[in-house]
Design a protein around this ligand. Structure first.
Ligand code: PAF
Length: 277
C-alpha cells in the first residue's frame, strides 16, 4: 500500500492503475463503517484509493476543527490488511492554496435538516468532494447511509455537473446496542454513551409504527420526538420524515422515505436515520 501527500505523486500513481478505480473518501479516525466501505469497494473495483483529509471548509465557525480526532498511524494500520492500493493524505495547503476562491454549491437540497443547523457545511463538502473526484478520477465512490443528506447532495452534484462517477451508498454500521458508528462517538463517555442509543430507539419506534400501517408523516415525527424527550440528556435539534430524494417534508408517507434526526448529548452532536419503503 502506497501513501502519498502531494498532488503530483497522487496523479502519477493513479495513472499507473488501470481497470475500475474505487474511491473511499474519509476524514480519518476510521471505524468499522469506513472499513465496510473499503471492503465493498474492494469487491467491486480493480483498485481502491482511500483519501484521508480533515476538510476545514466543512466545519462551521462554532465547530471545533482543531478538536476533530486524528490518528493517521492507526488509520493506516486499519487499512493496510484490506488490500488498499493507495492512500492520499493531502495537506490543507495542497487542497486550499493561498488565494483559493472556487466553490461548488448545491442549492435546495442542502437547506433543510443538516443545512438548517450547519448553513456552510455542504458548500465545504461539495467543494472538497468535487476536488477529490477531479484529482483521483474514480469510476466509483462509496459513502455511508449514516450521512444520508450528504449522499443525496453528492448524488445531485454528480448529476448536475456530469461527473463520470457512480455513487454507491452503503448501509450504516452499528454498535451492538444500535448506536450508529461515527468518529465523533469517541467523545461520548459514561451516561452520555448510554443515552446515545436514544436515536436508534426513536427511529425504531417510528419504523414499528410504519410497519403497523401508520402513514401519517407527522405521527411518525411525533413518535420520534416522544422517544427523544424520554431521555433528559438528549437535546433534539430536528426530527424529519421526508422524501428520500428531495428531502422535502412529507404529509403522507408513500414511496422511499427518510426518517432522520440530529441530537445533542452534552457537546456531542449525533445524527442518524432509517430508510422506509
Ligand atoms: O463524510 C465525510 O467523512 C466527509 O464529509 C467527506 C465526504 C470525506 C468530505 O470531507
Amino acid at each position: 500500500m502506497k501513501t502519498v501527500i502531494g498532488l503530483d505523486k497522487l496523479r502519477a500513481t493513479r495513472l499507473s492503475l488501470d481497470g475500475i478505480i474505487g474511491l473511499v473518501l474519509t476524514m480519518g479516525f476510521l471505524h468499522e463503517g469506513h472499513l465496510s466501505l473499503i471492503q465493498r469497494a474492494k469487491e467491486e473495483c480493480n483498485h481502491v484509493i482511500v483519501s484521508i483529509f480533515v476538510n476545514p471548509t466543512q466545519f462551521g465557525v462554532n465547530e471545533d476543527l482543531s478538536k476533530y480526532p486524528r490518528d493517521l498511524e492507526r488509520d493506516l494500520s486499519l487499512i493496510e490488511p484490506l488490500g488498499v492500493d493507495l492512500v492520499w493524505n493531502p495537506t490543507p495547503e495542497i487542497m486550499y492554496p493561498t488565494g483559493y476562491q472556487t466553490w461548488v454549491e448545491v442549492e435546495a437540497i442542502t437547506r433543510p435538516l443538516e443545512g438548517s443547523m450547519r448553513p456552510t457545511h455542504f458548500k465545504g463538502v461539495t467543494t472538497v468532494v468535487a476536488k477529490l473526484f477531479n484529482a483521483v478520477q474514480p469510476h466509483k465512490a462509496y459513502f455511508g447511509q449514516k450521512d444520508a443528506q450528504q449522499a443525496a447532495v453528492i448524488r445531485q452534484m454528480v448529476r448536475d455537473l456530469n461527473f463520470p462517477v457512480e455513487i454507491n451508498v452503503c448501509p450504516t454500521v452499528r454498535e451492538a446496542d444500535g448506536l450508529a458508528m461515527s468518529s465523533r462517538n469517541k467523545y461520548l463517555e459514561g451516561d452520555n454513551r448510554k443515552a446515545a442509543t436514544i436515536l436508534f430507539r426513536a427511529l425504531s419506534a417510528a419504523k414499528s409504527a410504519y410497519e403497523s400501517g401508520e402513514r401519517d408523516a407527522e405521527a411518525l415525527r411525533v413518535k420520534m420526538k416522544e422517544v427523544l424527550e424520554s431521555e433528559s440528556r438528549a437535546q433534539m435539534q430536528y426530527v424529519s420524515c421526508a422524501d428520500y430524494d428531495t428531502l422535502e417534508e412529507l404529509d403522507v408517507v408513500k414511496g422511499k422515505t427518510l426518517l432522520s434526526m440530529a441530537v445533542l448529548l452534552g457537546k456531542t452532536r449525533l445524527i442518524d436515520n432509517f430508510v422506509l419503503g
